[in-house]
Design a protein around this ligand. Structure first.
Ligand code: FBP
Length: 280
């Protein structure tokens, strides 16, 4: 009897299933029961040490330790910091572009590290910032396209920081612009998008919806006046369907970063209300 070959339909279904499974599995190193939190530490390049750092957090070893002891699912470094300080305790997301804040004008952030080099440093994902709406948007869209494909070839995730910015952007946290950012991430092939919070769960849920199967991470922002203020934002993002949070300053500028990390874990993984964590 001749061999029974699988039908063309079942072959293509298998390919489709494999493609979808891969999309989820690329982010798997960063997920705990489908949720996660990342510690971001590229502000030394983005803002300069005198703006954000103090005697403690200027030292990347201090941050590596917070990431490990605080139960973070990922640490975000530029390559220079990764080369000298990454110790493997937490999965690495390597930022492959970045810019300083000295020059003003329309923002552009260009690639400074190859995907292959990121992999050689231990990265399980690459991160890339796109300033959507900038006069140089086209350059970043094209570059992210190449990086996303290289990430696929190397079997790692591509995470897009999508920040609408430039003269054309009047309000970078409006429902319209943030959902445009998250959708752009999906359209461009990002496995996950990191976007600003819109200010309330209803409007943020449209941004999550617009991202489709791309996972959504809320971006932390400057340190909030109180813990409660920040935790309310995180609670809102999670209620809106976010996968988690990518945070920097609100953790490592905190006088007790591990306390803040524990409160974030309580919201993200244990689904606790803010009222149970901090006093009114
Ligand atoms: P924070 O939680 O400190 O805001 O970090 C998130 C982040 O995306 C960093 O990765 C990046 O350095 C910073 O924000 C960029 O901030 P901005 O472009 O808004 O100045």
């Amino acid at each position: 009897m001749g061999q029974v070959l699988p039908s063309r339909k079942s072959q293509s279904n298998k390919k489709l299933t494999k493609g979808r499974k891969n999309a989820a599995s690329r982010m798997a190193p960063f997920l705990t029961n489908g949720k996660s939190m990342f510690l971001a530490y590229d502000q030394g390049l983005e803002h300069g040490p005198s703006v954000d750092f103090n005697d403690k957090n200027v030292d990347p070893s201090y941050i590596m330790d917070i990431a490990a002891k605080g139960g973070f699912n990922g640490i975000v470094f530029q390559k220079g910091v990764a080369e000298k300080y990454y110790d493997g305790r937490v999965p690495l997301i390597l930022k492959v572009n970045g810019k300083a804040s000295i020059a003003k004008g329309e923002p552009i952030s260009r690639q400074n590290c190859s995907v292959e080099y990121a992999v050689s440093l231990g990265a399980k994902a690459v991160g890339y910032t796109i300033y959507l709406g900038s006069a140089y948007e086209h350059e970043m869209l094209a570059e992210f396209g190449r990086i996303q494909e290289k990430a696929r070839e190397n079997g790692i995730a591509a995470i897009a920081w999508v920040y609408p910015r430039g003269q054309a952007v009047a309000n970078d946290t409006s429902r319209e612009i943030v959902s445009y950012a998250s959708r752009a991430g999906l359209e461009l092939g990002a496995d996950a998008v990191k976007i600003k919070y819109t200010g309330d769960p209803q409007s943020f849920s449209w941004a999550v919806r617009s991202a489709g199967r791309a996972l959504v991470y809320m971006s932390g922002g400057p340190k909030a006046p109180t813990d409660r203020d920040f935790l309310i934002q995180v609670r809102g993002a999670m209620d809106a369907g976010a996968t988690g949070l990518a945070v920097g300053r609100n953790v490592w500028q905190h006088e007790d970063p591990l306390l803040m990390a524990r409160q974030l874990r309580d919201i993200i993984f244990a689904n606790k209300p803010v009222e149970l964590l901090v006093e009114q």
